[in-house]
Every structure is written in structure tokens, then in C-alpha cells.
Write a protein that binds this ligand. Structure first.
Ligand SMILES: Cc1cc2nc3c(=O)[nH]c(=O)nc-3n(C[C@H](O)[C@H](O)[C@H](O)COP(=O)(O)OP(=O)(O)OC[C@H]3O[C@@H](n4cnc5c(N)ncnc54)[C@H](O)[C@@H]3O)c2cc1C
Length: 379
């Protein structure tokens, strides 16, 4: 797929900068509409947020525009999975509630949704769905429409599939400017439309746009552990802290009580904006996280106390004394106080599209379809 010796296609209907999920989602819709598409990425393969996440397609918990995008994205993941032969798990999400306040959020949330979207569960049923007995479990909820992918496998599989559909990938080319086309460290491209999907690095190419849009970097800690007691966890797993993060939950009146409860019982969870959640990889290892720190320039030092905090809270969730960590990493995504999407056209032929909240896997396919439709490139 990558060769600097073959001549670069100099012209395409659409040039996409960035081969993360947002760039791939634009390429997906554009190539299927019959447009010629080139995707340029500075790295030899995608190694950004799109392969560092939980792979959790949390459709149900979204609200507003993100929910509309998530519905489109869900269908697209299922189609892409079938077409590209990438595994899309449809076991939904289970929320483990460990307090009455958390159950109140789930009850309120469920009362505004269809029964096939969210189903409130008792403690025993929640434990059955999860696959292990959570200490202190009060109850929970199942959101059966949510999906899960193994991102480090899914992103390359999607890339290879798009290449088969005719998308030209140019990896290992850093885009240095987007003026009259795209200029890279290796050449230049001309396009009717350039779509810049560089995630949190918008400020490198469009500093004014990034500062007007209040785009910052969100730094997250992640780990992969051996499954405690060999547990098999089919769904994605949310906990009480997740109820403060996703629009659908956070907009309930009862969410305030969960926040107050956490502030008094476990304030470190709020200080480091922990969203205690996990997903299991096909090989059985469990991806756990995460903490959130917001900054324009990333602090280079990772504090061991944050990993200790996460491991301690996961020991509590799994009811074990210790966990075996196999891998640790840092993730970074774009964040903005102005909302979950940056969508701007700084020049007539250029569109900048970034998901500015941690929901790119869940919504990028819907966002990209809207970006392309607003430009009249697809119906
Ligand atoms: C730890 C973590 C957990 C998450 N969990 C979830 C989850 O479970 N569910 C969910 O929905 N979302 C989740 N997210 C959010 C989601 O991963 C992101 O919203 C999404 O991956 C952003 O995609 P992207 O394509 O914009 O960014 P990226 O994947 O970072 O891709 C941007 C690409 O642009 C390229 N690029 C940048 N600058 C240039 C340049 N000048 N020239 C060429 N190429 C360039 C980079 O090399 C990179 O490949 C999580 C994020 C993190 C970090």
C-alpha cells in the first residue's frame, strides 16, 4: 500500500489528511459515492487515538447531534464489518451500578428511551450479563445496540478494505501545508476538496481555527490486563463514573447526585476525571481505563499514581487483590468546550473535520457523512 517509488497521484476529487477513524470514515463515504480519494498520513500506519481506544461503539448513551451521528455510524460499522471481514461484536454495553443514586440515573435514562434501547436490570441479571460477581452491585442496565471492535485490528482492516475499493493511501508523508492543495514532505496533491482529519493536531496546520474552536488535547491513561479469574466479558462495561461522561446519562437530573456522591466518597475520581470502564479483546485481555487531563501542550510525564488509582478501582470492581498488567499506553484525542465536533471551512476548497470529544469510534461515520453531504459531495 505504501511506496514512495511509485508516482503519487497528483489529482483526486478528495484528498483526506489523516488515516485515523475520522479520515477513514470520510474516505468510506466518498469512495462509495464514486469519488476518487487519496488519504495521506504522516506515519507508516495509523497509531493515533483510533488504535488506542476501547473500541467501544457506545451508540445508546449519546445525545443530540452525536446520537444522530451514532445511529448512522452503528449501521456503517455493521456494514463495514461484513464487507471488510472485521469482527464487530454486538453484545451491547452493561452498566454496573453500585449505588442507589447510580440506579436512579439508569431508571431516569431508561424512562426516556425505548425498551429495546435500554433495559434496567437487577443485581443478579447484571452480574450474569457481565460474567462476574461485582462486589456491592445494586443493579444495572443493558444497552443491547452498542457494539465493540478491536481497534488495533479494525483500523488496519478498514484501511485495507478501502484500498481494495480504490482509495489510494500515502503513508509516511507529513502534510506541511494545505494551501492550493496539499503539500507534503514527499510531494503535493491537488484536489477539488481537501478534508483535514488530523484529530488533536488541528493547531499544527490551522492554529487560528484551533484556538477559536478552543481545541485542546485530552491525555488518557490506558492499560491492558489479564482477565481476572479468566473472566469472559462479552459486553462493553460502564460503571457509575461513566454516568457523568456521556450526554444521555449526564443530562438526567439524577446525575447530580452521582457527582455529589463521588465528590464525597472518592474525590480522586473527579480530580482525574476517571471514567472507569473496560472492554475485552478477542485474545481475552481486558482493556481498562481511563483518566482525562486537558492541556494544549501535553505534559510529557506520566504519574504512576494514576495507574495505581485505576488498578485499585478495578481491583474493587473485579473483587480481586491484584491485577496483572500486560501493556500500558497513553492516548490523546481532541477536546473542545464548544462541543463534540469541529467542522469548518477555512478556505473554499478545504474542510477541517475533527471529533472534539472522546466519541470518534462511536460517531465518526455519521459525522463524515454529514460533512460530505453538506459539501454536496454525497446525497
Ligand atoms: C484512550 C482513548 C480511549 C477512547 N475510547 C473510545 C471509545 O471507546 N469509543 C469511542 O467512540 N471513542 C473513543 N475514543 C475517542 C476516539 O478514539 C477518537 O475520537 C478518534 O479515534 C479520533 O479519530 P481521528 O481520526 O480524529 O484521530 P487519530 O486516530 O489520532 O488520527 C489522526 C491522524 O492524523 C494524522 N496526522 C496528523 N497530522 C498530520 C499531518 N500533518 N500530516 C499527515 N498526517 C497527519 C496522524 O498521523 C493520525 O494518524 C478514545 C480515545 C482515546 C485516546
Amino acid at each position: 500500500m505504501h511506496s514512495h517509488s511509485s508516482p503519487a497521484p497528483l489529482r483526486a476529487d478528495v484528498v483526506v489528511v489523516g488515516a485515523g477513524i475520522v479520515g477513514l470514515a470520510h474516505a468510506w463515504h466518498a469512495v462509495r459515492a464514486g469519488l476518487s480519494v487519496v488519504v495521506v498520513d504522516r506515519d507508516d500506519r495509523a497509531v493515533g487515538a483510533s488504535v488506542r481506544n476501547f473500541g467501544h461503539i457506545c451508540t445508546t448513551a449519546q445525545s443530540g447531534r452525536a446520537r444522530e451521528y451514532a445511529v448512522v455510524a452503528r449501521e456503517t460499522w455493521l456494514r463495514a464489518g461484513a464487507e471488510a471481514g472485521l469482527a464487530v461484536s454486538a453484545h451491547g454495553t452493561v452498566v454496573a451500578a453500585r449505588s442507589v443514586a447510580e440506579m436512579a440515573v439508569l431508571d431516569e435514562f431508561a424512562s426516556g428511551r425505548d425498551r429495546d434501547e435500554v433495559c434496567v436490570l437487577g443485581a443478579d441479571e447484571t452480574a450474569d450479563r457481565l460474567g462476574w460477581a461485582v462486589p456491592g452491585l445494586v443493579g444495572g442496565a443493558l444497552m443491547p445496540r452498542d457494539l465493540r471492535v478491536d481497534s488495533p485490528a479494525a483500523v488496519p482492516a478498514l484501511t485495507a478494505h478501502l484500498a481494495r475499493l480504490g482509495v489510494v493511501f500515502r503513508f509516511g508523508e507529513n502534510v506541511v501545508d494545505v494551501v492550493d492543495g496539499v503539500r507534503t514532505t514527499h510531494g503535493s496533491y491537488v484536489a477539488d476538496t481537501v478534508i483535514v482529519c488530523v484529530g488533536h493536531d488541528v493547531d499544527r496546520l490551522f492554529p487560528v481555527l484551533a484556538s477559536d474552536g478552543e481545541v485542546r488535547r485530552c491525555r488518557l491513561r490506558m492499560m491492558e490486563i489479564d482477565p481476572p479469574r479468566g473472566v469472559r466479558i462479552d459486553p462493553g462495561v460502564f460503571t457509575g463514573s461513566s454516568l457523568l461522561r456521556y450526554g444521555g446519562f449526564a443530562e438526567t437530573a439524577a446525575a447530580d447526585t452521582v457527582r455529589a456522591e463521588l465528590a464525597s466518597l472518592d474525590p480522586d475520581m473527579l480530580t482525574h476525571t476517571v471514567n472507569l470502564m473496560c472492554t475485552q479483546r478477542p485474545d481475552g485481555r481486558v482493556v481498562i481505563g481511563d483518566t482525562h487531563h486537558y492541556e494544549r501542550t501535553l505534559d510529557p510525564f506520566d504519574d504512576e499514581a494514576l495507574d495505581a488509582l485505576l488498578l485499585d478501582r478495578f481491583c474493587g470492581l473485579f473483587g480481586v487483590d491484584d491485577l496483572v498488567v500486560r501493556r500500558r499506553w497513553r492516548g490523546v484525542y481532541a477536546a473542545s468546550a464548544q462541543g463534540p465536533y469541529l467542522h469548518a471551512s477555512p478556505r473554499a476548497d478545504v474542510v477541517v473535520a475533527s471529533v472534539t470529544s472522546g466519541i470518534g469510534m462511536t460517531t465518526a461515520f455519521g459525522f463524515a457523512r454529514d460533512v460530505l453531504a453538506q459539501r454536496g459531495l454525497i446525497p
